[in-house]
Design a protein around this ligand. Sequence first.
Ligand SMILES: *Cc1c(COP(=O)(O)O)cnc(C)c1O
Length: 394
Amino acid sequence: MDEVFTGNFTQQEPIPEPAIEAAVRVMRHGRLHRYNVVEGEISETALLEQEFAAFTGSAYCLAVASGGYALATALRALRIGAGDKVLTNGFTLAPVPGAIASVGAVPVFVEVTDNLVMDLDDLRAKIGQARVLMLSHMRGHLVDMDALMALCDAAGVQVIEDCAHTMGAAWNGQASGTQGVIGCYSTQTFKHLNSGEGGLLVTNNAEVMARATMLSGSYMLYDRHIAGAPPETFTDIRLDTPNCSGRMDNLRAAILRPQLAELPARCQAWNQRYRVLEDGLRNIPGLSLIKRPGPEDYVMSSFQFRLPDMARDRLQHFIAATAARGVELKWFGADQPVGFTSRHDSWRYAPAQSLPQTDRVLASLLDLRLPLTFSLSDCAQIARIIADEAIKHS
Ligand SMILES: *Cc1c(COP(=O)(O)O)cnc(C)c1O
């Protein structure tokens, strides 16, 4: 009898008790709106911003309604608007091209490499087309950030980092999201902190932070931020910037603060699970692991591998066989988008672009979630099932 995995790939951990207690305190006093404070009180949202700025080593932080909203706000704060082109990854999640489209801008997709990072040769070829790059650290894989920043700095291209999958990660010891001018994060349930929905934006640029703050819907209450831009930055910005309401509220911030304190331990727990899978799938003929660059401190809450030589119909059969044994693999190569796995050619609001290398990589790419509710022995079992079916289908 073949072994079958019975765990649930979408089951998160419960919200920690101190976070539940903090949420109940907010509900008891009733001041859920971030600017609803009593004399001398600093809101949970403002405290979260201060703590996240410190966590990333950034001067400023703004908490907002979602990761996608943070990305759109970042574009607006750099004054990207209708008709502007924005460079971005050909392989990313739909909210990234969606944020670009939401400000009327046009995505220019850059190819992905076999190791799932932006192809710097393709970026070099396209860099003259835009003044902003929205770089998505898709599935937690960091591109050579030194090379990328050198290329963008030389071309005068500003970098917005989508860190939905790299919260807690670092490049050469510097927090992911702080190499570019703006870093954006998500606190949606499937990311590294869980408030259901939510987003964070960090920058060291006071004007950018002032614009983002006004955009998020601060009214004239921006002095209630403690990790915000200095008041004098707002003199003109407060009148020149539209209010595109998308604040975070104190209930979510209350849930997030205790989780942020636990984040380093959680990152280690994810990486332990990741390494069990990596070890279990090393040296399987036909199965390629993703190579990791030395300067990268990753946080892997998911796992990817490729079966580059397996024919398409064999691959589909392999996916069905692993699913029958309880292992849910996501495939970015299907003809139609399923669940979260849409692809550049499913984003028909953007001009169609030829990305042969990305198409080739995605056709062989398999992806799975690693929720912390999985034990290390669960991960070893998942690896055994994948290895067994990969060998049977090779
Ligand atoms: C989840 C996600 C986002 C957006 O986050 P939301 O909070 O869901 O809006 C952006 N980029 C990537 C790669 C994501 O996975």
